[in-house]
Ligand binder design. Structure first.
Ligand code: KIV
Length: 269
């Protein structure tokens, strides 16, 4: 018996756009078929985030993720969750100009069943996003704290603390919307500014570390399920103590092996 209330509705671009002011959107990352299947009929969208480079590959930041890795993981997610609206994060260096961006997004569309791609950048990337959307690529924007800018910015910095930055962020959101994006992730932004951004555009704003004023939320699965032990950002809520549960279970397994209580008679041929 399922413990989940099944009001699942398969999403598409129109439904996502229409959810503005109607329904809060729940977005979660996934990198493999196993977890994607668990999230499929609960989340509105699954993001194959380049955060996989950190939580899955153990790297320090997202910058060394490659297009082939994103394609590999997107295929795993789409296979595990065929009904999900899956978004592929375009990794660092794959959308440095309009032609490169279109070539690489077409590669994602050709090799996977992703419904959309995500691009980090505001007004500075508007011409690239416009080129993609006019060539039939569905684009989710990503503004505010942008992890792919970590080395050039000298760290992860909460945005929107000055009047000037607030104006920049609102201009970014408007530019990305005008370029044809169907939704925008707003990360690491003061909640009062996130509210103004949400009110400034007609497409859903999906927040992460931006308060509860946005049109939806996104979280990295391994953060919200408590598997990532090194560090817990202020904006993450742990819905499970995954790391403790796994370690307890594996420890129990080891004890059972050592005292020969596993496998039991019922577990043998
Ligand atoms: O890579 C990622 O998982 C993301 C989310 C944090 C929005 O971009």
């Amino acid at each position: 018996m399922s413990i989940i209330k099944n009001d699942f509705e398969k999403m598409n671009i129109t439904k996502i756009r229409n959810s503005k002011n109607n329904k809060k959107l729940t977005v979660i990352t996934a990198y493999d078929a196993l977890f994607a299947k668990l999230f499929e009929e609960i989340a509105d969208m699954i993001l194959v985030g380049d955060s996989l480079n950190m939580s899955f590959a153990g790297r320090e930041d997202t910058l060394s993720a490659t297009l082939n890795q994103m394609i590999y993981h997107t295929n795993a997610v789409c296979t595990g969750a065929p009904k999900a609206f899956v978004i592929t994060d375009m990794p660092f260096g794959t959308y440095i100009n309009k032609d490169e961006a279109l070539k690489n997004c077409i590669e994602v569309y050709r090799q996977t069943k992703a419904a959309a791609v995500k691009i980090e950048g505001g007004a500075d990337k508007a011409d690239i996003i416009k080129h993609l959307t006019t060539n039939s690529i569905a684009v989710m924007g990503h503004i505010g704290l942008m992890p792919q800018y970590v080395r050039s910015e000298g760290g992860y910095k909460v945005r929107g603390k000055t009047h000037q930055d607030e104006k920049q962020l609102i201009d970014d959101a408007i530019a990305v919307e005008k370029a044809g994006a169907f939704a925008i992730v707003v990360e690491g932004v003061m909640s009062n500014v996130a509210k103004k951004i949400t009110e400034a555009v007609n497409i859903p704003i999906i927040g992460i570390g931006a308060g509860n004023v946005t049109d939806g939320q996104v979280l990295v699965w391994s953060d919200m399920l408590g598997f990532f032990e090194e560090f817990k950002p202020k904006f993450v809520r742990h819905y499970l103590n995954g790391a403790d549960l796994v370690k307890e279970a594996v420890n129990q397994y080891r004890n059972d092996v050592q005292d020969s209580s596993f496998p039991s008679a019922e577990e043998e041929y």
